[in-house]
Design a protein around this ligand. Structure first.
Ligand SMILES: [Zn+2]
Length: 405
């Protein structure tokens, strides 16, 4: 059985830090258990702290690292063996003392954060730690960030906060929160390391694994999906066909529409199942129908709850759409990066081996400067959408630049 850190691809330094911390945390628990005995003079808490930030580019495994560390903290052996009930329940998401916040909308609100902080202050039922994992901590609202900061400033003795964010830039994480957390920087794993994982752990054929690892640009989850899911491959092919199709204003605008609509369709498919299940669960909980005294009041309450659910689902759909569009833009950026490195004659492997010939033709036609302008247009489009520009407007502007150069 591989231990809980086995999924952290190419992150030796971070894994060493986390192993050390888990051992220190186990020592703290042991010392607390025999409080009345004389200490041995060594501070067992060195190496462990109550608040951590995992940073790194998308796909580097921020949440994988946070979950693995949470498992190691709950491990009955204190190591993250991967086999004991503590490790197992943490990794499957059923441990009573591990709370995972995955924002479904574009931000995590203050209500959710207050409730979480309150529950996190209780005594761990398993006798080890209360662990709170916040994925995408950069999506906290300011008020939610303040609620979290308060908890981190005056931490309950057995509570550990694990935050995940793209970076420690003040736009992502407030400076005050950052100053109270220990940082675990993760790097983008090399394609070879990602391919190795796909072969060893997922049983994917080596040639497919290598192609998918390169095409996913170091994103492990994306590589796995490309290797396994024909739909994901089809969507990627459609995106990479865009550069060849841009022959005029009309085709550029058509390509923009196609890209937006594909992202919408992908997002819809991704959230449809969850939406239906949630609606059904809520309707069951509220009880369909009902007459007599109190029924009218109950109906009013139900309408409010349904409205609330719809609001959350809408926000999740928006987020899924943006994520789908962003994946497409990352693929497109990879293509123009290939054209740029070819125009420069740089000795690097292409991101997309299957469109290398098209990229080479582009490199000859556009030169390095033209390839760079196009790459910059894709990156500017991502930045604009991130800054809340309407996706259609940003994508249309990008397509026109990709055509004209
Ligand atoms: Zn274990």
């Amino acid at each position: 059985m591989p231990d809980v850190f086995a999924d952290l691809v190419g992150q030796d330094e971070a894994v060493a830090t986390l192993r050390h911390a888990a051992a220190a945390a186990a020592a703290v628990l042991r010392r607390t258990a025999r409080e009345d005995e004389p200490g041995d003079g060594v501070d067992p808490s060195a190496g462990m702290t109550h608040a951590w930030i995992f940073t790194g580019p998308p796909g580097s495994g921020r949440s994988v690292a946070a979950r693995a560390f949470a498992a190691a903290l709950q491990c009955v052996h204190g190591t993250g063996c991967g086999d004991c009930p503590g490790c197992h329940t943490t990794l499957t998401g059923t441990h009573a003392d591990v709370r995972l916040v995955v924002p479904e909308g574009l931000s995590i609100g203050v209500g959710e954060m207050r409730a979480l902080v309150l529950r996190a202050a209780s005594t761990p039922s398993g006798g080890r730690w209360q662990v709170v994992i916040i994925e995408d901590a950069d999506r906290l609202t300011e008020a939610a960030g303040n609620a979290l900061l308060k908890a981190i400033e005056e931490p309950p003795p057995r509570t550990v906060f694990l935050l995940c964010a793209p970076s420690t830039h003040p736009d992502d994480i407030s400076v005050t929160i950052r100053s109270r957390c220990r940082l675990v920087p993760l790097r983008q794993p090399p394609a070879a390391a990602v391919a190795e994982v796909l072969v060893d752990r997922d049983g994917i054929a080596p040639d497919v694994a290598q192609w998918a690892a390169a095409a996913a640009q170091g994103h492990v989850g994306r590589a796995r999906r490309l290797a396994r899911d024909p739909e994901a491959r089809k969507r990627r092919d459609a995106v990479l066909a865009v550069p060849r199709r841009l022959t005029g204003v009309g085709t550029a605008l058509d390509a923009a529409s196609a890209l937006i609509e594909a992202a919408e369709a992908e997002a819809e498919a991704a959230v449809a199942e969850a939406d239906a299940a949630e609606r059904a669960a809520l309707q069951t909980a509220l009880g369909a129908g009902g007459t007599g005294r109190g029924a009218a009041g109950a109906m009013r309450g139900a309408a409010g709850q349904l409205k609330d659910l719809e609001k959350r689902q809408k926000s999740r759909a928006t987020r899924a759409q943006r994520d789908a569009l962003d994946r497409a833009l990352v693929d497109l950026a990879g293509f123009y990066r290939d054209a740029l490195t070819m125009a420069l004659g740089a000795p690097v492997e292409p991101v997309h081996t299957d469109t290398a010939a098209v990229a080479r033709a582009g490199a000859q036609k556009w030169d390095a400067e033209g390839a760079l302008r196009r790459l910059e247009a894709v990156l500017a489009c991502r930045a604009a959408i991130e800054a809340n520009v309407k996706p259609r407007i940003a994508v249309e502007a990008m397509m026109l630049t990709l055509w004209r150069g």
